[in-house]
Write a protein that binds this ligand. Structure first.
Ligand code: PLP
Length: 488
């Protein structure tokens, strides 16, 4: 059905105008809404309308009900988590993809989408300097990508699991094990749960003072587990961990994985694009020996969510673990069918977003954006330390800075770790409630730590300056409030 008014081009132009207006207003909106759960729901009618409504009514409600209830990921002051922003090329590609609405489950159902996806994975691979052995697919998220890689690794370590499952292996059979540092993302835990290995199968290898996996610990644990008859399934190294963006020593980990014959998965969901910068290549040296690598253009490459690139050294491994062809999906055509490379059958036309991104912006502009984000994070780290009331909580890495306030009052009840943590929690709360910037937090060795990550298409130097002045202002207001807080 076309829109009730039958005027698609006019409606599309109206929506484009709305988007431009939203973008103009965005810097003056609070990044985070001041809401409690259910506030938006209560403003929405309980039943769907029976009769068509004009586009204008919808756009008005978008402004009235939805925009005030959004955390604005495209806001230039969004400096929380890892950024996920949408630059123009991806927005336009999403629009076209929705209109084409091809389902790239089989080559036959979407020949051009399938082959463009092949080429786009190659473009990303070339952009980050990986060798041509790597071949892959686009997935929705890094979580799905890592899960799929784990299924491939599981089938390699425990052949026949796809047929028999994990259960008939008997009590005497060794326990499947997955190795990751204590800084790995929770998506690996989830993958382990979903793959039937169970959280008890995870070996959390301690990280060093810079939050990098200790290769010696990995080697020791693998040897001990092998001696006990356990089955190492996968090592997951993270290049750009979620808390501090630390980088596991990938060359050493790759050597250990080769020595023990264990699948090596690299989670570079955030930092992967930085491998495109020759000056940062040494941090990635060794990742080309991995069995699988994930990186997310929907994080640091300004591609609208969702778009995750999963590359395999041997893509046959994932086919062997997952492929199944019912009669109704047989095509008689020898071609790469993307449904064999992941859980979903139906697949969006994500490749179009990367095609638009690279062609409209060019690799050079993307590299300079990455460099400018790293420089902005570096200048933030310098200025916040210079202030004297804040300290770094981890070495700044890529475009991520972990830091915390040194409380104004450091004696009596405020001297302990709990009080410092509470002070920083309050500080973050004050900053985020003021709405100019949005920062997030993490925990490092029991310490509550503030976190700023630069990565948006829309961030400007003044937003980083604003983060500093907001932090200073929040600090001062908490310090002024101190006598009252102490007597609470
Ligand atoms: C290192 C790392 N891996 C994986 C993920 C999960 O990404 P996604 O939301 O694409 O599943 C994140 C999310 O921030 C991450 O930081």
């Amino acid at each position: 059905v076309s829109a009730a008014d039958g005027q698609f081009s006019e409606s599309a132009a109206r929506v484009a105008a709305w988007i431009e207006d939203y973008r103009r207003r965005l810097p003056s909106l609070p990044v985070l809404p001041d809401l409690t759960p259910g506030d938006i729901l209560s403003g929405l009618p309980e039943r769907a309308p029976e009769r068509p409504e004009p586009l204008e009514a919808l756009l008005e409600d978008l402004d009235r009900l939805i925009v005030p209830g959004l955390t604005h990921w495209n806001h230039p002051g969004f400096l929380a988590y890892f950024s996920s922003s949408s630059s123009d090329p991806g927005v336009l590609a999403e629009f076209i993809a929705a209109a084409l609405n091809v389902n790239a489950m089989l080559w036959k159902t979407a020949p051009a989408a399938s082959e463009l996806e092949t080429r786009m994975v190659e473009w990303v691979r070339g952009f980050v300097g990986l060798p041509p052995e790597f071949d892959g697919v686009l997935q929705d998220t890094a979580s799905s990508s890592s899960f799929t890689a784990l299924l491939a690794a599981r089938e390699r370590a425990l052949p026949g699991t796809r047929e028999h499952g994990l259960f008939p292996r008997g009590d005497a059979a060794g326990r499947p094990r997955v190795y990751q540092s204590d800084q790995a993302h929770s998506s690996i835990d989830k993958a382990v749960i979903a793959a039937g290995i169970g959280l008890e199968g995870i070996r959390r290898i301690p990280s060093d003072a810079r939050f990098r996996m200790e290769p010696e610990g990995l080697h020791r644990q693998l040897s001990a587990d092998r001696a006990a008859g356990d089955v190492p399934v996968m090592i997951c190294a993270t290049l750009g961990t979620t808390s501090t963006a630390s980088v596991d020593p990938i060359a050493e980990i790759a050597a250990i994985s080769a020595e023990h014959g264990v699948w090596l998965h690299v989670d570079a969901a955030y930092a992967g694009p930085a491998a495109a910068l020759p000056e940062l290549q040494p941090l990635f040296d060794g990742w080309q020996r991995a069995d699988s690598i994930v990186l997310n253009p929907h994080k640091w490459l300004t591609t609208p969510i969702d778009c995750s690139v999963l590359m395999y050294r041997d893509p046959g491994a994932v086919r062997r673990s997952l492929s199944s062809t019912p009669a109704y999906l047989e095509t008689g055509v020898e071609a790469k069918n993307r449904r064999d490379y992941g859980l979903p059958l139906g697949r969006r036309f994500r490749a179009l977003k990367l095609w638009f991104l690279f062609r409209r912006l060019g690799a050079e502009a993307l590299r300079s954006m990455l460099r400018s984000h790293i420089a902005l994070a570096g200048s933030f780290a310098e200025k916040i330390v210079e202030d004297g009331r804040f300290e770094l909580a981890a070495p700044p890495s890529f475009s991520t800075v972990c830091f915390r306030a040194v409380p104004a009052v450091a004696d009596g009840e405020d001297s302990g770790r709990r009080a410092t943590n509470a002070w920083n929690r309050d500080l973050l709360d004050v900053v985020n409630r003021r709405g100019r910037v949005f920062l997030s937090h993490t925990e490092l060795s029991g310490r509550f730590v503030l976190r700023l990550a630069v990565g948006s298409a829309w961030v400007r130097p003044e937003d980083i300056d604003a983060a500093i002045s907001e932090l200073r202002a929040a600090y001062e207001s908490l310090a002024a409030d101190q006598p009252r807080r102490r007597s609470d």
